[in-house]
Design a protein around this ligand. Structure first.
Ligand SMILES: C[S@@+](CC[C@H](N)C(=O)[O-])C[C@H]1O[C@@H](n2cnc3c(N)ncnc32)[C@H](O)[C@@H]1O
Length: 352
């Protein structure tokens, strides 16, 4: 076969860039854990010696790390003064833990994927699943921290108001179920915003439920928020005015049973809020960086967990709206619409 030099150069350029990003991910994690980015935020141009002093780290390591950061555009280097600076934009993404664009925790997910590579290889060979709870713990903490920031910026100010009448219902006071709640950040944010409603988070992963309880206590909402270990198709209660699925329905081996259960657990006139990774319905429309990220995570986590539940589906993180709509229609939901979308999420609303 004849090779096209232009296509080869372009592929090699991308591969080198990706490889550098893989190395750089470890640098991001180190910078985050040692507080290097935070020490640079708002500090203006500083030397490696100054940064080392502020963070109580060894200067030689800090200098090499800074050069790696500058080479990737994560830090700005000033050659005349030999100083390094974190601009406002770089600080927003790398240093500000409350920013909706704080991407550093996402590298913990990558770390867990490397750590669990042997499990993934075994799963490819045997066709067996890998349950969410069987992964390196950095997966659970990384996902929780990464999504928490997106939820902080969007859930209460944008996503809930995009649903018909749900803000009013939450203000009046309703029961809310957060199914597959993980570390409970979505549940807690809603509880903080709507003190007259009562919230319960369910998840099969006992360690996540424990973390969620601790997070609720820290946030001071433990009186209005409960967390219970329960499967999405078997939790108690049948008077929920709102049932939420945040980035978890596609992980389930029995998503249809989970949606049928939600149909029975809803109060009359209640709403299902379904937040799923952004995806188009056709593979060729998802062949972009967001699709690449989600298909990769889906291979070792979402599909693997769904298979571990030995159910009916393994939807994967790029399930797309049409497949999700079919599941809701089959469970008797007459209303299903896209309330809004972001580059990373589909926010869907369903009613019986
Ligand atoms: C990607 S995490 C999302 C967690 C959380 N909703 C968030 O947005 O941070 C998926 C969660 O779904 C939970 N899960 C998977 N299958 C489940 C099932 N059948 N019933 C209840 N929870 C389930 C997992 O334990 C995990 O916590």
């Amino acid at each position: 076969m004849q090779m096209d030099q232009t296509r080869l150069d372009s592929l090699l350029g991308q591969v080198v860039n990706d490889l550098a990003a893989g190395y750089a991910g470890v640098m991001v994690s180190i910078g985050d854990k040692l507080g290097l980015y935070r020490a640079m935020a708002g500090a203006g141009p500083i030397t490696s010696a100054e940064l080392a002093k502020r963070t109580r780290c060894a200067e030689r390591y800090v200098r090499e790390w800074l050069n790696a950061q500058a080479a990737g555009g994560y830090v700005t280097y000033h050659p005349t003064s030999g100083t390094y600076e974190l601009t406002a934009e770089q600080a927003f993404v790398l240093a500000d833990e409350a920013s909706p664009a704080h991407f550093t925790p996402a590298w913990q997910v990558v770390a867990s994927m490397w750590s669990d590579e042997d499990k993934a290889i075994e799963a490819f060979r045997t066709g067996k699943g890998v349950a969410w709870g069987d992964h390196d713990h950095r997966l659970h903490c990384g996902v929780a921290a990464f999504y928490r920031n997106a939820y902080r910026g969007s859930l209460v100010p944008q996503w809930i108001p995009a649903l018909d009448g749900v803000v009013e219902a939450l203000e009046r006071g309703i029961e809310v179920a957060d199914v597959g709640c993980g570390h409970g950040h979505s549940t807690i944010l809603m509880a903080e915003a709507f003190p007259d409603s009562r919230f319960v988070g369910f998840d099969v992963h006992a360690e996540s439920i424990e973390a969620a309880r601790q997070n609720a206590a820290k946030a001071g909402v433990a009186g209005r928020v409960r967390f219970e270990v329960a499967k999405a198709d078997a939790y108690p209660g049948n008077e929920f005015g709102l049932i939420c699925f945040f980035d978890c329905l596609h992980d389930m081996g029995r998503p249809a049973a989970a949606v049928e259960h939600a149909a029975k657990a809803l109060a009359p006139g209640g709403t299902v809020l379904l937040v799923e990774p952004f995806a188009e319905d056709r593979i060729e429309k998802n062949l972009n960086p967001v699709g690449r990220l989600y298909y990769s995570a889906s291979t070792t986590m979402c599909v693997a967990h769904a298979i571990s539940e030995r159910g009916t589906h393994a939807l994967g993180a790029q399930a797309g709206e049409a497949r999700l709509a079919e599941i809701f229609a089959a469970a008797g939901f007459s209303h299903f619409r896209r309330a809004l979308q972001t580059p990373f999420n589909l926010v869907l609303e369903a009613r019986l």
